[in-house]
Design a protein around this ligand. Structure first.
Ligand SMILES: [Mg+2]
Length: 382
């Protein structure tokens, strides 16, 4: 079997799907994208296609190494997202050829169902209690919300109080019937992270995500030493070579590689195994589309340390399309009491509605995250 063609489709709300075709008619789907830079990743995918067309799609390990190593320069969000989506599509092809789900090829199930969580509130979290009530009625009991809005390197007690009041309100409304993680989203600098973590402690959040930016990862062990709140990070780390540094230095309790950013299934399986050796839980990052989620689930169902799966149904970014809009086998993605079952179909287990994808790609938006500024006009982290 030979790879014959790679086609990319940028689609709403901010995603990109990749279709890899073969000379035997088997087709694989991947989701290579970095949010806000879809066109750049698209160019990288088509550059990598030179290494792929004419090759045997079953040799995923070799093709991965070629894509990673053959270009001399490597790593980072763009190249590793391009590799990620290609890798997903190659696993999809392999599973379809052999007639089994990818998790069977990775050794089989380690659990019967996977716990998921839901986002609540938006970029500027408001009405989180009403949002949680609606989601609780749909069976969720675990949530994630942004921890703060813009925050200066040194900011006011008033801003800290606003962040804490929101969390106190959740505990007052729900007690400990719900769990929630707080995403600091890299908006918080080290001095304020220290303050916020201390103030949050009495409310026992499930975790705090990216308490500081990944490029300040040397603060993770220092912050962890000062708080019992589990610290999570990983969506802005792109290979096992990035992750090994944070594993070695300690501080993380939960690691969150993104299956569409960190080299795909092949690479994230290795990252998950490395995390297990350090007693670090796995919670793959996934505010993306159906192929990304299906890829995450392959890893969750074979990794003993997988604890929580992010998923984007109802997320604030999905304004112009929803996760299942492009999926034919929607019943397989049903979440019951917050849990999802292994996807039963061969390959990644997602049947893409290609007609819908082609139609949607005709008016693909160029999604960008907002540019935030502090009160003094300087750029703020979003
Ligand atoms: Mg995050």
């Amino acid at each position: 079997m030979k790879i014959t063609k790679l086609t990319t489709f940028r689609i709403p709300p901010r995603w990109m799907l990749l279709k890899i075709e073969t000379d035997e008619g088997v087709v694989g789907w991947g989701e290579p994208v970095i949010e806000g830079r879809a066109r750049t990743v698209e160019a990288a995918v088509h550059e990598l296609a030179d290494y792929l067309v004419g090759q045997d799609p079953s040799r995923i390990n070799d093709l991965w190494q070629v894509m990673y190593r053959a270009g001399f320069y490597r790593g980072g969000p763009i190249l590793m997202s391009a590799i990620a989506g290609i890798d997903q599509a190659l696993w999809d092809i392999k599973g379809k050829v052999l007639g089994v789900p990818v998790y069977e090829l990775l050794g089989g199930l380690v659990r019967d169902k996977m716990k998921t969580y839901s986002w609540v509130g938006g970029d500027r979290p408001a009405d989180v209690i009403a949002g949680m009530r609606a989601l609780c009625a749909a069976g969720f009991d675990t949530f994630k919300l942004n921890g703060t809005e813009e925050l200066g390197i040194i900011d006011s007690a008033r801003k800290v109080d606003q962040a804490i009041e929101r969390v106190a309100g959740i505990r007052a409304a729900f007690g400990h019937d719900v769990e929630f993680g707080l995403d600091f989203h890299g908006r918080v600098s080290a001095p304020m992270a220290k303050v916020l973590l201390r103030e949050l402690e009495p409310y026992r959040p499930l975790f705090v995500e990216e308490p500081v930016l990944a490029e300040q990862a040397e603060y993770y062990p220092r912050l962890a030493a000062g708080t019992p709140i589990p610290i999570a990070a990983g969506e802005r780390m792109f290979s096992r070579f990035d992750f090994k540094r944070v594993f070695e230095q300690g501080g993380l309790s939960i690691v969150q590689p993104d299956l569409s950013h960190a080299g795909g299934i092949s690479e994230c399986l290795k990252i998950a195994g490395m995390a297990e050796a350090y007693d670090i839980a796995l919670a793959p990052h996934c505010p993306l589309g159906p192929v990304a989620l299906a890829s995450c689930l392959q890893i969750d169902f074979v990794s003993h340390n997988a604890v929580l799966q992010e998923q984007s149904m109802g997320i604030h970014y999905n304004k112009s399309a929803e996760l299942l809009d492009y999926v034919k086998n929607r019943e397989d993605f049903k979440i019951t009491d917050g849990y999802i079952k292994p996807l039963p179909k061969p390959g990644l287990g997602v049947e893409i509605d290609e007609e819908r994808v082609v139609e949607a790609s005709r008016n693909a938006p160029d999604w960008r995250n907002p540019l935030w500024r502090h009160e003094d006009g300087s750029v703020a982290e979003w």
